[in-house]
Design a protein around this ligand. Structure first.
Ligand SMILES: C[S@@+](CC[C@H](N)C(=O)[O-])C[C@H]1O[C@@H](n2cnc3c(N)ncnc32)[C@H](O)[C@@H]1O
Length: 351
């Protein structure tokens, strides 16, 4: 009888992996709920589960467990007084998960929660019934809001400080943030060097958003240019052209335009993902997700953050040299930030 005999292989590995995956999904749901309830905004100071559950009008037993989970995840710390546990945010939570923090990542978290919905719809995406279709003019204005929140809390200051070391930047007067989106890099460059006039070049609907960021941060000497870098003139006589994570950053045609638009001695700073080769689970999952949706006006490659006509890192560097650039440095973004994706690189090239 089959139920008296075990199969030849134990299900242990499979069951463990299902359990681990299930736990991670539950944690993501917990985080989503906590953020929606503004839970972390109430935990600047120590509170008991009882206080929190009355304040938020939520179930006491579940609140007790929820606080324990976040303590285990190192988002909260606790102390015991008498028989009661009190919890408050760890500093990382105050900085990144509280609504009133300038560095909060709550908006960009929301995109993770939305992406989970796509995975729940995977069968219809696989059957090509429900790929999400948009066009660059609706897609990018949304993307840049997410990117503004993401870069603001770590990458932006690191990059600004790195570039500010170059004498070419110190002596610069005119800078282009090509496909700059939110324009935070341009705004930051103009803060670091007040002699610089920075121009953010981007698609018309995106530029409308850029203007809002310029206003929000009361930026001086930052201007916008609306255009499409494939078809339009990007301007002339720049001392620095900065390009970050845009579809033109590995494209030889755009590099040629950049070279022509720079003054002799000017810098081209190009920060992009140059994925060398797919390396396991995360790459496969991320590349699947990249292929979930189609965006009109974008000729996506199969691998994430690649587009038709892109060169790989070595061929791109070779092409820049052929154009006449001297490569001053190729910075690993992972090293600069202390974490993150190993394939992100920042090329610093001089005309
Ligand atoms: C992923 S966002 C990067 C934004 C910003 N540079 C950053 O690193 O956070 C890509 C940017 O490229 C812009 N872009 C895409 N195609 C473009 C085109 N054909 N002409 C001009 N800008 C374009 C988008 O509007 C968007 O602002």
């Amino acid at each position: 009888m089959f139920f008296l005999r075990s199969p030849e292989e134990s299900p242990e590995k499979l069951l463990n992996f299902i359990d681990e995956s299930y736990s991670k999904v539950r944690i993501l749901c917990l985080l989503k709920t906590a953020v929606h309830l503004d839970l972390f905004d109430f935990l600047e100071n120590f509170k008991s589960a009882q206080e929190l559950s009355s304040r938020l009008e939520i179930d006491l037993t579940l609140t007790e467990y929820l606080l324990k989970v976040f303590r285990e995840l190192d988002l909260l710390e606790d102390k015991i007084e008498g028989n009661t546990n009190y919890y408050k945010n760890k500093e990382v939570t105050n900085i990144y998960l509280k609504k009133n923090s300038e560095y909060n990542i709550i908006n960009s978290l929301q995109y993770y929660f939305d992406d989970v919905k796509s995975w729940e719809n995977l069968e219809s995406i696989l059957k090509n019934q429900q790929g999400f279709h948009s066009d660059i003019h609706t897609f990018f204005p949304e993307v840049i809001n997410r990117m503004a929140d993401e870069c603001k809390c770590w990458e932006l200051p690191k990059i600004l400080n790195e570039i500010s070391k170059y004498k070419e930047f110190k002596n610069a007067r005119k800078l282009l943030d090509l496909a700059g989106g939110h324009g935070l890099y341009a705004i930051g460059f103009s803060m670091l060097n007040q002699d610089i006039k920075s121009y953010v070049f981007d698609l018309i609907p995106v530029i409308k958003q850029t203007d809002k960021f310029i206003k929000k941060y009361k930026a001086k000497n930052v201007f916008t240019i609306a255009g499409d870098f494939y078809n339009d003139d990007i301007g002339m006589d720049y001392d620095v052209i900065f390009a970050s994570y845009n579809p033109g950053g590995k494209n030889p045609q755009i590099a040629k335009k950049v070279y022509a638009a720079l003054r002799k001695g000017g810098l081209f700073v190009d920060k992009q993902f140059f994925l060398k080769k797919e390396n396991g689970l995360d790459d496969y999952l991320n590349n699947m997700e990249w292929n979930f949706s189609k965006t009109k006006g974008l000729k996506k490659g199969m691998v994430r953050f690649t587009f038709k006509g892109d060169l790989d890192l070595d061929s791109y560097l070779k092409y820049l040299k052929e154009l006449g650039f001297e490569i001053l440095d190729t910075v690993s973004i992972q090293q600069l930030l202390g974490f993150g994706c190993p394939s992100a690189k920042m090329i610093i090239a001089k005309k």
